[in-house]
Write a protein that binds this ligand. Structure first.
Ligand code: CP
Ligand code: NVA
Length: 303
């Protein structure tokens, strides 16, 4: 097992599938009210340099359900926010906590933190990746579809942290991934090159309709991610036509599922009608953050 969960590409298909199996088991136990205190007496430190609802709550609740404790630290209130080096904070927190979850801007910062921290480190989102979300997304697809590795997935919208992580997932799980982004908003070139080298079935287009045609899974995210708020107006212009709406859903497979990591800007990148419609599995997806992250934490932290 790897020490840290920083990027999906660090992990093997076999290990990720073990995590899905554990997540399914822990979800069933949670629903049945059966104890599953795999991390009794352990503490997760959670460091946030960006906002969060789902990530913060699901990690904190997850640790409680596993018999442990989670503590929330926002960078503004830590010495890190006043310039204490990452390598010092990482070594100190690693001596207090049994695991660390970080949400920040730079992937390099998370990697440096993990290098200096003796405890396992989990990436709770960077500008580059959102691996916990993809794990929740794939767990959700498995609950709604047979043979999740043999479906046609499509990403419509910004080539952001979620798109990069989907591209990593395509390389590991072997499914076809169509990626439709406006010109100038493509996913990370190095991520694409690595996935292509690993044999990923990737199709890139600037036409959302081409990507959606016959697809089994439609996925999108906000047009301006955290840290890009000042680009909102410019992006709204660039992303015209990239909305998941009922017209686009009709072009996909009749039984397609629609996903969004949330928070959503309703009637911008996805319509209110589609979020609330029969193809949406968005709230199952949000719930599964809890179950899959419990499996990730237990896999990394259980003594
Ligand atoms: N999807 C997701 O990571 O949500 P939060 O930003 O609310 O944590
Ligand atoms: N791409 C979004 C995801 C939020 C969960 C962001 O980084 O803001």
């Amino acid at each position: 097992m790897m020490k840290d969960f920083l990027c999906l590409s660090d992990w093997s298909l076999a290990d990720l599938e073990k995590m899905f199996a554990l997540a399914k088991e822990l979800k069933a136990k949670q629903k049945a009210g059966e104890a599953h205190k795999l991390l009794e007496g352990q503490t997760l430190g959670m460091l946030f340099e960006k906002s969060s609802t789902r990530t913060r709550v699901s990690f904190e609740v997850g640790m409680f359900q596993l018999g442990g404790h989670a503590l929330f630290l926002s960078s503004g209130n830590t010495q890190m926010g006043r310039g204490e080096p990452i390598k010092d904070t990482a070594r100190v927190m690693g001596r207090y906590c049994d695991g660390i979850m970080i949400r920040t801007y730079s992937q390099a910062a998370v990697e440096e933190f993990a290098e200096y921290c003796d405890a396992p480190v989990i990436n709770g989102l960077t500008d580059m990746y959102h691996p916990c979300q993809i794990m929740a997304d794939l767990m959700t697809v498995q609950e709604h579809k047979e043979d999740y590795r043999n479906l046609k997935y499509c990403w419509i919208g910004d080539g952001n942290n979620m798109a990069n992580s989907w591209i990593n997932a395509a390389a590991i799980f072997g499914f076809e991934l169509r990626v439709a982004t406006p010109k100038g908003y493509e996913a990370d070139a190095a991520v694409i090159a690595r996935a292509e080298k690993a044999g990923a079935k990737l199709i890139f287009t600037n036409d959302p309709k081409e990507a959606a045609a016959g697809a089994d899974v439609l996925n999108t995210d906000v047009w301006a991610s955290m840290g890009q708020e000042e680009e909102q107006a410019e992006r709204e212009k660039a992303f015209v036509g990239f909305q998941i709406n009922s017209e686009l859903v009709k072009m996909a497979a009749a039984d397609c599922v629609v996903m969004h990591c949330l928070p959503a800007h309703r009637d911008e990148e996805i319509t209110d009608e589609v979020i609330e419609g029969p193809n949406s599995i968005i709230f199952d997806e949000a719930e599964n953050r809890l179950h899959v992250q419990k499996a990730i934490m237990a896999s990394l932290m259980a003594k």
